[in-house]
Design a protein around this ligand. Sequence first.
Ligand SMILES: [Zn+2]
Length: 261
Amino acid sequence: MMNDNVLKGISDAIVEGSASLGLTLGNGLYEAIKCEPALRCKQGRCPNCTARVNDALLTIDRSTSIKRQSWRRSVFALHSLTVPNGNTNSLPITDIANKIRRSIDHWRRFAVQVEDRPPNEHFACVSTFGLVEDAGTEKQGKRVMLVEFAVTGVSAEADFDVLESLMSSFDGRVSSVPFATGRGVHAAPSEGLMFGFMKRRLDRPERPMVISNKRLLAEMASNYGPEDATMRCEVVGLEPSGDGFIFASASDLVMPPFFHL
Ligand SMILES: [Zn+2]
């Protein structure tokens, strides 16, 4: 869970950083800067709104019923979506989300086809994507799009098809990223990609940390653009229940938008 003071600090840093970069307040940036509890901007570049979606995803691990299955996790760097220091262009977030959804579909189709699946085993997948500053490079400020998956109820044979789909969607420049957490039953995202303002080394397992550099935060907010925060996560086969999630009914292999900010 993200502390309110930390969030306020990041929001203020984005406002100051955007001003110092001379970014115009059009294209939704004004609404993001003015985001408050009474009127949420819902944009994927707003730390307040992305933290709320991130917190909703973290409740997945509170749900005992989904932990009776083991989850497989992976994190990939999409190197074709590398943003150099100083760049403020908006990324094609909707297009990226559609490509990742198509990759998840390989797991979903495989899960549907497997006839000898135990009757009480469910297919589910949780994915998030976001930019991460690569703290392992000499050049500060370079960030790479990462995607994190947790999947259950489908055999590992399908993983190759998912990776192949990612490779074909992202110019063949996809690599696996070692991560520090996430073994065993955990299904909630661990990399903070939904929140979207993190840094870490990508060449070794390292816990991500929140970025504090104002200019970099403003650049990244600009890279995300005005798209809805929920575009950067996908939850398949789970539905909210109480203060957590449960498996959706077996036939319900659809991809509904779960989160309301
Ligand atoms: Zn907001």
